[in-house]
Structure formats: C-alpha cells, structure tokens
Design a protein around this ligand. Structure first.
Ligand code: S3P
Length: 178
C-alpha cells in the first residue's frame, strides 16, 4: 500500500520546502506547508509578526491546528515547520498521516542556507547576538530537537550535497513511489 501522504520534518534550512515542492511535482501530488497554512489561517499575518504579537506558545497552538488540518488529506507532500515536534501531540498526527521523512543537513550547511533570511525566522533571530554566533545557536537547537525528529522518522535523508530534484527522486524511490 502506498503511503497516504509524505511528511517532511527537519530543522530550518534542511530543504523541506524546496525538496517538498520537487517531490510533489514528481509524484503529481499536492504540496502543502504547515507554515503557509498558519499564515493563511491568520488572514495573511506572517510568522515573525505572529511571534511578536502573541508569542511562541500561541504560535505552537496555531501550528497544531495547521497540522490537524493538513493531515486530513491524501496524496500530499506535507512540509512542516522545524519546531513542529516540540508539541508531543503533533508526532502521532504526522505519523498517522503517512510516511515521515526526516531531512537533515550538516550544521554549517544549515547556517549557509538560513543566514541571509534569519530575520524571517524568529527562533534564529531571538537566539543569536554578538556573543552567540548563528552556528552555536543552531548546534544547540539541533541537539535539543534531533531526538524528536528521530523518534518519528521512517526515513532519514541528508540534503547537504544534493539538489532538490535528485533528493526528490531518491526519496520517491526509497518509499516505493517511483
Ligand atoms: C520554526 C521553523 C519555521 C517556522 C517558525 C518556527 C522553528 O519553519 O515554523 O519560524 O521553531 O524551527 P521552517 O523550518 O520551515 O523554517
């Protein structure tokens, strides 16, 4: 039986959106992203603004609602926010939606990918300053979050050295959809 959906989890900058788009195009499935779902449900208010106005706890509540909403469907590639597993109830929701792929990347690759746009990611913007460089903050967060990703992963794929299209083909083959 093919999986109902493919769910991409992983840290910021691990390629969930770019690989997810490529994978959806390859399979002819719908691409959805819980971050976009959150913004849509908030009438277009962006993520940095949601953090600034209501704080992280309220953001995580919205994120769980987004997970619940997207997990109903099928034939979707579902990209999730990097902090989605901070709320334990999201894990079984994502696992029952389909097959979970954990995208990883080497810490310095993550940094190179997120550096320019770090202001759009409140979790990165908040944790860094002159004393705490981005790489240090990323390493701390990776240490905290790694076990959560690991616990739900059916498949682990390192995105550091391959282009989104090649990664999409690799994942599709691994899960028996190509
Ligand atoms: C977050 C990751 C972001 C977004 C929000 C919080 C996190 O998603 O959900 O800024 O806590 O890691 P991406 O992983 O798509 O950047």
């Amino acid at each position: 039986m093919p999986p109902r959906n493919l769910v991409l989890v992983g840290f910021m900058g691990s390629g969930k959106t770019t690989v997810g788009r490529a994978l959806a195009a390859l399979l002819g499935w719908t691409f959805v992203d819980t971050d976009w779902e959150i913004v849509r449900a908030a009438d277009g208010v962006g993520i940095p603004e949601l953090f600034a106005r209501y704080g992280e706890t309220a953001f995580r509540e919205r994120e769980t609602s987004a997970v619940q909403a997207v997990c109903v469907g099928g034939k979707q590639v579902i990209a999730t926010g990097g902090g989605v597993l901070l709320r334990p109830e999201n894990a079984p929701l994502l696992q029952s939606a389909g097959l979970v792929v954990w995208l990883t990347a080497r810490p310095e690759v993550v940094v190179s990918r997120v550096e320019a746009g770090r202001k759009s990611r409140p979790i990165l913007a908040a944790g860094t300053n002159e004393e705490v460089p981005l790489l240090t903050h990323v390493l701390t967060l990776l240490g905290q979050r790694g076990p959560g990703y690991q616990a739900v992963a059916d498949l682990v794929v390192d995105s550091s050295d391959q282009k989104p299209d090649a990664l999409a083909r690799h994942i599709a083959r691994k899960v028996g959809l190509l």
